[in-house]
Design a protein around this ligand. Structure first.
Ligand SMILES: [Fe+2]
Ligand SMILES: [Fe+2]
Length: 297
């Protein structure tokens, strides 16, 4: 199969398995994209983990712990897919802790209050599931397959987040203020989450049918699904320009793309702390891996 035939095959809906021939560029793009997804799942547990010990009730603690465990499980599944493509998991972790690899912008920010826990599980997970649902049709079949389990679990996370937010909104003024303050802080990163609105024809991820939707399509879907719900709860979105036009398209203030670039290249407010925590945890557990691998050898 030539590269052109391969391109035609994947664009026509064809799927590729691990042992099938694939162009080097396709393999490289897959590794980079899927690895960043794995890194994001793994780093994404840290903001919420900080609140496990401070969860207000036993049930909230159980739900939050379960969500954090799910996310680590997602990282595990996703790194296995990367490994099959030729990049070992240890190499992914090396690149992550040394700051060479990227992870999603939203996981570089602090979680200041319990309001953040609700906003993250509801809206960050909602933004993420929109991207992940579009991966169910990914041309690389093993990645598409694991996305089924992942999307199912993400839906549960959204329900948990929505319940945290609803409870606070039905509580005291102080509790409502926690949610509003968290939403105001998270809105910018949420709007940046799906990336610059490059036309999908110019996006190699779309061309190879790794992704099946463009960045702006994903953002529009997020706004359409969640802004009405946010408003219904009496919350304010900190964007005076936000409105739905008659033709159904959402207008909004241009997100700060410089901030996005700065944050994902390792300069977010919590990037250094979180990578440091990962690095130290990895060093502390190195002896366990050595013992297990020596036993297995
Ligand atoms: Fe996840
Ligand atoms: Fe999640």
């Amino acid at each position: 199969m030539s590269e052109d035939e391969f391109l035609e095959y994947v664009q026509g809906g064809g799927q590729v398995e691990t042992r099938d021939w694939m162009p080097d560029e396709y393999r490289a793009k897959l590794i980079k994209f899927i690895e960043m997804h794995g890194n994001s799942e793994l780093m994404g547990v840290l903001p919420e983990r900080e609140w496990i010990l401070r969860a207000p009730t036993l049930q909230r603690k159980l739900a939050l712990t379960a969500k954090v465990q799910d996310e680590v499980g997602h990282a595990q599944l996703i790194y296995r897919v990367v490994e099959d493509l030729g990049k070992p998991r240890e190499a992914c972790l090396d690149d992550l802790v040394s700051g060479r690899a990227k992870f999603h912008n939203v996981f570089h920010y602090p979680t200041k209050t319990w309001g953040d826990v609700g906003v993250i599980a509801w809206l960050v997970d909602a933004a993420a599931i929109i991207s992940q649902k579009a991966l169910l049709k990914c041309s690389y079949a093993p990645y598409a397959r694991i996305m089924k389990k992942i999307c199912w679990e993400e839906s549960f996370h959204i329900l948990h987040g929505r319940d945290v937010v609803l409870t606070l909104m039905n509580g005291t003024d102080e509790q409502r203020e926690l949610v509003q303050e968290a939403l105001t802080r998270w809105w910018g990163p949420l709007m940046q989450f799906h990336g610059n609105p490059i036309p999908r024809e110019d996006d190699p991820m779309f061309v190879w049918r790794i992704k099946s939707q463009g960045n702006e399509e994903a953002r529009q879907q997020f706004l359409d699904g969640y802004v009405p719900q946010i408003w219904e709860l009496g919350l304010e979105v900190p964007d005076p320009k936000l409105r739905k036009r008659d033709d159904g398209v959402w207008e909004y203030t241009e997100p700060d793309w410089d901030e996005l670039r700065y944050v994902v290249t390792g300069h977010g407010p919590r990037t250094a702390d979180r990578l440091d925590l990962r690095r130290r945890a990895r060093e502390r557990s190195a002896w366990v891996r050595q013992v297990v691998l020596a036993e297995a050898a």
